[in-house]
Write a protein that binds this ligand. Structure first.
Ligand code: PNS
Length: 171
């Protein structure tokens, strides 16, 4: 018989450019629901992320350090293939509002078609974070607005350094 892990391994995939407190809330709750939770960062340079995959992974590792069953990895290619390499049986995604539903439904159904044994599990975002997205955080921050309480402090510091660097480059 093949050696398999006992318990349920879930993958929480995303761009995480950068991680927000909304993501962190989902990670906390996911870590309580599943035996192992792997946060998987999409290595997709065509999306032109603000932070490189290595930087996004480093930020995630800093903030999930205290969760013993949570690890961080990255992937390119199909998510279902990545899930298979970890023997994961669950994909975890968050839904903030009805506007997320259509995109999430499409992805979940496509992933189910590619691997019917992989279940997508949705958690509703905490209402305190339901308006937060990485895109809005970057936009507000770049225009001088406060993002305090929306991202972990370490992420805010890194954003400050990145924006200062970009401004100097542009000057
Ligand atoms: O944080 P995001 O950008 O909403 O995450 C999207 C992600 C990474 C979950 C999605 O783009 C993805 O799974 N990409 C991998 C490519 C893939 O497997 N595509 C087919 C299934 S939709």
């Amino acid at each position: 018989m093949p050696r398999t892990h006992r318990g349920v391994t879930a993958i929480y995939p995303g761009s995480f450019d950068p991680i927000t407190n909304g993501h962190l809330d989902l990670i906390q709750r996911g870590s309580r629901l599943f035996d192992r939770l792997i946060i998987s960062v999409l290595r997709n340079e065509t999306k032109q992320p603000l932070f490189s995959a290595e930087e996004r992974i480093a930020m995630l590792r800093e903030v999930v350090n205290d969760y013993s069953n949570v690890t961080v990895d990255s992937f390119g290619g199909l998510l279902v293939d990545h899930a298979r390499t970890h023997s994961a049986t669950v994909l975890l995604r968050g839904i903030r509002a009805i506007s997320d539903y259509e995109y999430e439904l499409q992805m979940a159904l496509m992933n189910r078609r590619l691997n019917p044994r992989l279940e997508t599990v949705f958690l509703l975002a905490n209402e305190a974070y339901s308006f937060i997205s990485s895109r809005l955080v970057k936009e507000v921050f770049s225009l001088g607005g406060s993002i305090s309480g929306l991202v972990p402090p370490t992420v805010e510091q890194r954003l400050k350094r990145r924006m200062t660097k970009l401004r100097k480059k542009g000057a």
